[in-house]
Design a protein around this ligand. Structure first.
Ligand code: FAD
Ligand code: NAP
Length: 449
């Protein structure tokens, strides 16, 4: 293979970074290094997409093909901002694409939010997905749980809590997660939406799956489904309303658990520490269409409150950041700092658009960015002189993990799964992952933790 004309670094090996790599390598002129702070690629596809949604998980197989091109290297265990800086990447590559996603939580700002038993769906998802940074979650004593927010993350979390644990046995969840879900005794889950069902961001397939879980009775006040002018609503929202109406009518004999939808309710306080209840206030739209509390409150009997009110991105060291929207500011994928362009820097995915959109959304998004990048490269040509980022790290005694290391992790997970009659079981501890990363590197030992 001839020496590629350009070298591009992508920071983040989630769907958006991998789609960007696909678009770049399709030109045959660009070699790509994809950095990630984890030794595993795929971002939220591995650590967010629900373990029982196996068909979407298989998108990883398609994305993995980019590593077969011979033009793309995976450089894991490199935390941008700590192990390598903006200036170092800009000196070693013709262009840099930030694809780090959104890895933090939004907060509700209500009393009791810091209590034991109150947390974020993000932390809960990270736990059941076997993310090495996740804290163990306990369902001991939890009979009732509330998820705040009416998006697809709330649906995922409610489904995992309500699903018959036997049905999760076939997933790749780590063993101790399954054991905790088995031990759990959650009989009631509330999904709390501060506006009406016509405003919820669920997608219909996901909502239907939740509302048709075997032996689960759906409880919903029929009044919230009445008087909605559907003529102006999109197909998804009309579909959601139909699913909710069906569910409201369906009587489940001798239910194992109940799923309560509490629309037009907002959380105003979490009781107890550990949590013993959640206070929700009835809401309405005022004359100007603004959401207001009515002062009418009720208490629900929950021991776990998970806010599923959106993920939040954090500022990367040295990179412009729009705090209000939680994104790296950009124009057609080119990073900007106010009115000032930041040459050779680009952005894709959730860190570009905010924490919204399914995996496929990142493909067209990455295409827009890569088109801008390629046209800039065509206009300016390659850097006259490029440094070598690997040498730079190696000089500090630091060597990234590789795609072969990931393949060893992948194989170990498949083996562990096979020994339990499952397709895969995730390794969730840092030491388990790092044990499979080859330590003998030309540049010295790899970092631990
Ligand atoms: C709980 C949940 C479930 C979802 N389920 C689905 C689903 O079923 N179907 C669907 O289509 N979409 C789903 N989505 C949406 C989908 O996951 C996102 O659209 C997609 O993952 C966004 O891709 P991204 O590359 O921008 O970010 P991410 O997937 O978050 O990838 C970012 C990558 O950057 C790395 N990184 C972060 N910071 C650094 C740093 N400083 N240095 C180096 N690396 C760094 C991370 O380790 C990660 O690998 C789900 C989202 C969530 C939150
Ligand atoms: N299976 C799948 O395809 C799947 C699964 C999971 C996630 N995803 C995707 O990932 C993206 C993120 O999903 P998400 O569920 O995190 O986000 P989301 O769809 O934006 O939903 C967030 C929810 O939180 C509510 N909310 C925000 N702030 C709140 C507050 N302070 N108090 C109460 N409620 C509040 C929002 O209500 P308002 O509308 O009133 O602001 C909204 O209902 C979405 O694009 C989603 O489709 C897809």
């Amino acid at each position: 293979m001839s020496e590629p004309r350009f070298r591009v670094a992508i920071v983040g090996a989630g769907p958006s970074g991998l789609f960007a790599a696909q678009h770049l390598t399709a030109t045959g002129e660009v070699a790509v290094d994809i950095y990630d702070r984890l030794p595993t690629p795929y971002g939220l596809l591995r650590y967010g997409v629900a373990p029982d949604h196996t068909s979407i998980k298989s998108v990883a197989n398609a994305l993995a093909r980019v590593f077969d091109s011979g033009m793309v290297r995976f450089l894991g265990l490199v935390h941008f901002g700590r192990d390598i800086t903006r200036d170092e990447l800009l000196s070693a590559y013709d262009a840099v694409i930030y694809a780090v996603g959104a890895n933090e939580d939004m907060h509700m700002g209500i009393p009791g939010e810091g209590a034991v038993g109150s947390g974020s769906a993000r932390e809960f998802v990270a736990w059941y997905s076997g993310h090495p940074d996740a804290s163990p979650q306990s369902l001991a004593g939890v009979r009732g749980a509330a998820t705040i927010g009416v998006g697809n993350v709330a649906v995922d979390v409610a489904r995992i809590l309500l699903k018959e644990p036997l049905a999760l046995d076939e997933t790749d969840m780590p063993e101790d997660v399954l054991a905790e879900l088995w031990r759990g005794n959650v009989s009631d889950v509330w999904v709390v939406g501060r506006r009406g069902p016509q405003h919820a961001s669920f997608t219909t397939t996901e909502l239907r799956e939740l509302c048709t879980l075997p032996e689960v009775q759906v409880v919903i006040d029929p009044a919230v489904l009445e008087g909605i002018d559907e003529s102006t609503l999109d197909r998804r929202t009309r579909g959601n309303l139909a699913v909710l109406r069906d569910a409201a009518r369906r009587e489940v004999p001798d239910p194992r658990a109940r799923l309560h939808f509490a629309f037009w309710r907002r959380p105003v306080g979490i009781l107890g520490d550990p949590v013993t209840g959640l206070v929700i206030e009835r809401t309405a739209l005022d004359g100007d269409g603004r959401l207001v509390g009515t002062g009418d409150t009720e208490q629900i009997d929950v021991q776990l409150v998970l806010r599923a009110i959106g993920y939040r991105a954090v500022r990367l060291p040295g990179i412009p950041f729009d705090e209000r929207h939680g994104v790296i500011p950009s124009a057609a994928g080119r990073v900007v700092d106010g009115d000032r362009p930041c040459p050779r820097e680009y952005v894709v995915g959730w860190i570009k658009r905010g924490p919204i959109g399914v995996i496929g959304t990142n493909k067209s998004d990455a295409r827009e960015t890569v088109e801008a990048l390629l046209s800039d490269l065509a206009a300016h040509g390659p850097l006259p002189e490029r440094g070598d980022a690997l040498q730079l790290m190696a000089a500090r005694g630091f060597w990234p993990s590789t795609f072969s290391d990931w393949e060893r992790i992948d194989a170990a997970e498949a083996n562990r799964g096979a020994s339990h009659g499952r397709q895969r079981m995730k390794l969730e501890a840092w030491h388990e992952l790092l044990d499979l990363v080859q330590r003998e590197r030309p540049g010295g030992p790899i970092p631990w933790g």
